[in-house]
Design a protein around this ligand. Structure first.
Ligand code: GDP
Ligand code: MN
Length: 439
């Protein structure tokens, strides 16, 4: 009987309280307990939210000409240049940043997390070196390495060699019952589906391990025994680059500013890989509307102005998603009822295998629906690259924070890939004035 105002003491009320935030700027340093308790969603609000999720961002799209689409894209490129290429960025202007040697430095319940194979050794070591050099040498956060196979001694030794001797390292195995394709997936159907998607050139679709990885990162990683005592993870992938020093404790930034999720890049996805993800999501929402956050990032999910085909193929999803190869996550969000119920629902539908649902769109949809958008933070100060995309901040002229190996505002070396950038949508429709002026 969730249709009605939930009692603040009911499960639903608590969930809503949990998922909302206090973002009043005069009082934003209360890490754990929101200072104001929102009203629960009443029937009218829920219907409004659902109808927002059914509507495209541009409702007059049927009259759009090619020029209209071109203009939308051009305006967005200008906005991106304005914010990323031309505005100087140093670090968030909040008064609670924690620096090296401060009492709280390195004290968050947090770990750097890498899912890797033994053969990723060289590339993960490069990533760790940069992580240490630009951030962790000052904060000493532990690393957790997970693998569906046993890590070799050689791998473990090689990692130990690149970090200071006092750095805590955990190496864990993922059980095959957790990692492998579940028996509920029909083998014949799976083979047929991936054959078809392969013809549509969906990347990685024939690699079963990739499907396993996406499912693991969506619904299982945060349940791993080695992560039980942690509240935050910072995901680190092989082969990435960092370009700028991060002089404050980013985990404490999350904690003290009440953030659920931190990202640096956000993109459009390959719609063929998630053909039924949105319609499946709406099925879930229609039976669980009480999980919707009335301050969700809905416009970002519903953009149909830049890649309208993506929106059409998926039946109503922009395909905008946080690029999860970098993500700083408050695991309490993943461990919450809305997220877990949603994961169970998606898993039952089989789309991690019959399609190639990525953990990125899955996580992103959950965040945009269930979390308060003010609790999702774009780390625009972090210079980061995972081929073929880069977030490169422009520093003040007297700053040597960045090493000069990226070009400010240069999203990708391939010009035709600029259209894949969804960050302008985030900037225009989701961020408020205060957030734009945070740096
Ligand atoms: P991409 O970034 O989408 O091209 O995919 P990656 O190959 O980088 O994979 C994403 C993450 O999952 C990386 O951290 C990989 O090391 C990890 N990963 C992918 N497949 C496997 C696998 O089969 N086993 C293990 N242990 N890790 C994997
Ligand atoms: Mn990768």
């Amino acid at each position: 009987d969730y249709i009605g105002t939930p009692d603040a003491n009911s499960t639903v009320g608590n969930l809503l309280n949990w998922a909302s935030s206090n973002n009043n700027n005069d009082n934003n340093n209360n890490g754990n307990s929101p200072a104001w308790i929102p009203e629960g969603n009443d029937l009218e609000t829920m219907n409004e939210l659902i109808s927002k999720l059914n509507d495209p961002l541009f409702q007059d799209f049927e009259s759009f000409t090619d020029d209209d689409y071109k203009n939308i894209f051009t305006d967005r490129q200008i906005l991106y240049d304005d914010v990323v290429k031309n505005s100087q960025v140093s670090e968030p202007k909040v008064d609670n940043l924690v620096y090296k040697d401060d009492d709280l430095a390195g004290q968050a319940k947090a770990t750097i997390l890498s899912l890797v194979r033994n053969e990723d050794q060289k590339e993960i070591i490069s990533a760790i070196r940069q992580m240490e050099d630009h951030f962790n040498k000052n904060f000493n956060y532990p690393y957790t390495f997970l693998n569906d196979d046993e890590f070799t001694e050689e791998f473990k030794e090689a990692i130990k060699e690149v970090v200071p001797t006092d750095r805590i390292l955990q190496f864990g195995r993922i059980e095959s019952e957790i990692w492998d394709r579940p028996s509920s997936i029909d083998d014949e159907k799976y083979q047929q589906c991936i054959e078809k998607l392969d013809q549509e050139e969906v990347q990685y679709v024939k690699k079963e391990s990739y499907h396993n990885m996406c499912r693991f990162y969506s619904k299982n990683f945060y349940k791993h025994p080695l992560l039980q005592d942690y509240k935050y993870t910072w995901r680190l992938e092989p082969g990435i680059n960092f370009y700028c020093d991060i002089n404050y404790d980013v985990f404490q930034f999350m904690e003290l500013n009440n953030k659920i999720y931190g990202f640096v890049l956000n993109l459009y996805d390959s719609p063929e890989s998630i053909r039924s993800l949105w319609t499946t999501t709406m099925e879930f929402i229609n039976s669980n509307p009480e999980y919707l956050n009335s301050n969700g990032a809905f416009e970002w999910l519903k953009d149909n102005g830049q890649k309208p085909n993506n929106f059409n193929i998926t039946g109503g999803y922009s395909t905008c998603h946080f690029w999860t190869n970098f993500e700083i996550t408050n695991l309490e969000f993943l461990r919450s009822e809305p997220y877990e119920k949603f994961m169970d629902f998606l898993d039952e539908k089989g789309g991690f295998y019959y399609e190639r649902w990525g953990d990125a769109p899955v996580r992103s949809i959950a965040l945009a629906l269930f979390a308060d958008k003010r609790r999702i933070h774009w780390f625009r100060d972090i210079g980061y690259n995972h081929a073929p995309y880069t977030n490169c901040p422009k520093c003040p002229p007297d700053s040597n924070r960045c090493n000069g190996n990226c070009k400010p505002g240069h999203f990708t070396p391939w010009k035709e890939l600029n259209i894949e950038n969804c960050q302008p949508v985030w900037i225009k429709y989701i961020m408020n004035e205060e957030e734009r002026n945070l740096y």
